[in-house]
Design a binder for this molecule. Structure first.
Ligand SMILES: NC(=O)c1ccc[n+]([C@@H]2O[C@H](COP(=O)([O-])OP(=O)(O)OC[C@H]3O[C@@H](n4cnc5c(N)ncnc54)[C@H](O)[C@@H]3O)[C@@H](O)[C@H]2O)c1
Ligand SMILES: [Fe+2]
Length: 386
């Protein structure tokens, strides 16, 4: 079976990468820019530095800062109106996965019309979105290089997943210096999202020769640097490594897909508004245990890349060691169990199990898992992770 690998035409990495904005904005023919971001990025002064850069190059910009964490369909509609009001021909997304995902959806609706739900699923978008430059400020989602956008429909308590080459940004400016301001808990949440991307990309049924080495490199970078970035926010080399890891994680899963952890995590995010990385992390050990038998050798390779097993350990032993390593990482990063998380209401959780299992399956992600679960098995896994 042939494999496609889609990433932005330009991925710029390293300290100061974001200061290359004007070069790429010009190259893409931008004359008026819409900056899509959130309130924090405006208040922190980061957005103003980019407005000044663009202004200095004769490119006026307008700001849409109404993106909420886990952006909603309404955020996209409001952003589209801002784009049209500004008469912009280029979008620059500045922030974590939420502003970048929202910007992808705004640009896609601008050229395709219609509503978000029309484009849910895989490769359902006929026309390319408006040109987009993504500048991540968290080191987590890798959205700056992926064809994914996740938009919440609050009316149905559902996170809609859109996967299409038409959503890939033209340029990603991956500047770790913008991530230095992340506090420890945010660093942990987004960092385990990155790890989950890499593990799922590597064990996915769509894993391939291009994504495999990128996924394993990402696992090693996270294992070697996430604890340091969490404990020492000012550690530049750990921050640089985590930014690179997030970008690699995105390149891997964006082209080989995520699996059951993400499938089960999105319904928790939609219902309980738990940060995406945390809901992944709380599920990761239990779902990995369930999935081991489908791909022992690959989980063993992940364990070795994490340093949890050596080259001489048998695959079964290495794969078991992976579960311990994932649990230890959650402990070290102060990630709670599902039942300990303040936003998870026990009664609502247990009465929503069937809906969550159905929504997980509908997203398509569980179909790529080494062991493809039934709805009953997903319900049992939610119970086991509780
Ligand atoms: N498209 C993809 O490929 C993909 C992959 C994984 C997750 N996602 C989606 O991404 C979203 C989560 O993105 P996220 O985890 O990056 O978080 P986010 O964008 O929701 O941001 C979380 C919080 O961190 C703040 N923040 C951002 N940068 C900061 C910095 N440098 N310093 C301090 N605070 C900062 C934000 O203002 C916000 O309050 C979810 O909706 C998830 O579903 C998308
Ligand atoms: Fe993710």
């Amino acid at each position: 079976m042939p494999y496609v690998f889609n990433i932005p035409a330009a991925v710029v990495t390293g300290g100061g990468a974001s200061r290359e904005l004007v070069v790429h904005a010009r190259r893409l023919g931008g004359s008026r820019v819409l900056i899509v971001t959130d309130d924090f990025m405006v208040q922190s002064g980061v957005v103003q530095t980019f407005i000044d850069l663009l202004q200095g190059a004769g490119m006026p910009s307008a700001i849409f800062s109404g993106v909420q964490p886990d952006p909603t369909e309404q955020n996209v509609i409001d952003g589209l109106a801002a784009l049209q009001d500004a008469g912009a021909d280029l979008i620059v997304a500045i922030g974590g996965g939420s502003p970048i995902d929202c910007a992808k959806a705004i640009g896609m609706l601008a050229t395709n019309g219609g509503q978000m739900r029309d484009f849910m699923g895989y490769e359902k978008i006929p026309r390319a979105g408006m040109p987009l430059i993504a500048i991540p400020t968290t080191a987590g989602t890798g959205s700056e290089v992926t064809r994914a956008s996740v938009i919440t429909d609050p009316a149905r308590d559902e996170k809609m997943l859109l996967m299409s080459v038409q959503l890939v940004p033209q340029v990603a400016l991956v500047d770790f210096e913008l991530t230095m301001s992340m506090p420890g808990p945010l660093t942990a949440a987004v960092g385990v999202d990155t790890l989950t991307h890499a593990i799922e990309a590597y064990v996915s049924k769509k894993a391939n020769g291009v994504t495999d080495p990128i996924a394993l490199s990402c696992v090693s970078l996270v294992a070697g640097n996430l604890r340091t970035a969490f404990r020492e926010p000012g550690n530049r080399s750990a921050r640089e490594a985590m930014s690179l890891a997030a970008c690699q994680g995105g390149m891997a899963f964006g082209n080989s897909s995520v699996c059951l952890v993400h499938g089960m995590s999105r319904p928790i995010g939609a219902l309980f508004h738990v940060p995406h990385g945390i809901s992944n992390a709380m599920l990761l050990p239990a779902v990995t245990r369930f999935s081991l038998r489908g791909s022992i050798a690959r989980y063993a390779a992940v364990a070795r890349a994490m340093g949890a097993a050596g080259p001489d350990d048998a695959d079964e032993r290495a794969a078991e060691a992976l579960i311990d390593a994932l649990e230890a990482l959650n402990r070290d990063l102060a990630i709670p169990r599902l039942r300990e998380h303040p936003r998870l209401n026990e009664a609502k959780f247990f009465s929503s199990l069937e809906k969550m299992a159905t929504d997980a399956l509908v997203s398509g992600s569980p179909g790529n898992n080494p062991v493809v679960p039934t709805a009953e098995e997903i319900v049992a896994l939610y119970r086991a992770a509780w």
